[in-house]
Design a binder for this molecule. Structure first.
Ligand code: HEM
Length: 181
């Protein structure tokens, strides 16, 4: 594992652990629905922020909003959006820190996809976003950029990742109100 990823992983391990403990092992459709609503609300703000704030996207993020909205509709869930704000600075390396959180979540998505399949969900119904997240070579590409980019501000990198995880925790714990439409 490269040194920048190791630093990001270490700096956010406790936040990730808390996030996992909020959602538990995702064994039932209701567990999955709760996770899906959280992820849709969380990514709606993060993706919008990355799109609006950063004109330079060294590694583009993968927008998941359409697939998440379709999964919510499949399960009869009203599409949520958060009323809170992810407070990133306009430092490019904060962007990369936020992107680490989105890209790294692909690793956990493989586990959740298996659980979703056991609940009879699939890439055609209810778990569309998980097929996208677990597909392709986006994570290795991201890691390669992360470890080879020159003149990186590692404090900004870590700040971006920690702020993004804090925002996820606020949405997941209900500290940020979510509106359903
Ligand atoms: C119940 C929900 C979740 C489960 C079960 C889960 C599980 C996992 C697992 C198994 C890994 C791989 C760890 C490893 O290879 O050592 C992982 C990595 C990761 N997850 Fe999650 N995760 C969950 C939710 C999330 C969420 C919501 C986010 C983002 C907001 C997230 C962000 C990450 C990141 C950034 C990594 C990469 C860590 C690294 O650099 O290795 N996870 N997750």
């Amino acid at each position: 594992m490269g040194p920048r990823r190791a630093a990001l992983r270490c700096a956010t391990a406790a936040q990730h652990e808390t996030l996992e403990s909020i959602f538990g092992p995702i064994e039932t459709l209701s567990d999955y629905g709760r996770y899906l609503l959280f992820l849709t609300a969380f990514r709606s703000e993060v993706e919008t922020k990355l799109h609006q704030m950063f004109r330079f996207h060294p590694v583009p993020y993968l927008p998941l909003q359409d697939a998440l909205a379709a999964d919510c509709r499949d399960l009869g869930l009203a599409i949520p959006s958060p009323c809170g704000i992810l407070d990133l600075s306009d430092h490019e390396d904060e962007y990369l820190g936020a992107l680490y959180v989105l890209e790294g979540s692909r690793l956990g998505a493989a586990v959740i996809r298996e659980k979703a399949h056991r609940l009879q969900l699939s890439g055609d119904f209810g778990a569309r976003h998980l097929d996208i997240l677990t597909d392709g070579c986006s994570w290795p590409n991201f890691l390669s950029y992360l470890e080879t980019a020159t003149s990186m501000d590692e404090e900004a990198l870590i700040a971006g990742a920690r702020k993004t995880f804090s925002f996820a925790l606020e949405v997941a714990s209900g500290a940020i109100h979510v509106e359903h439409c």
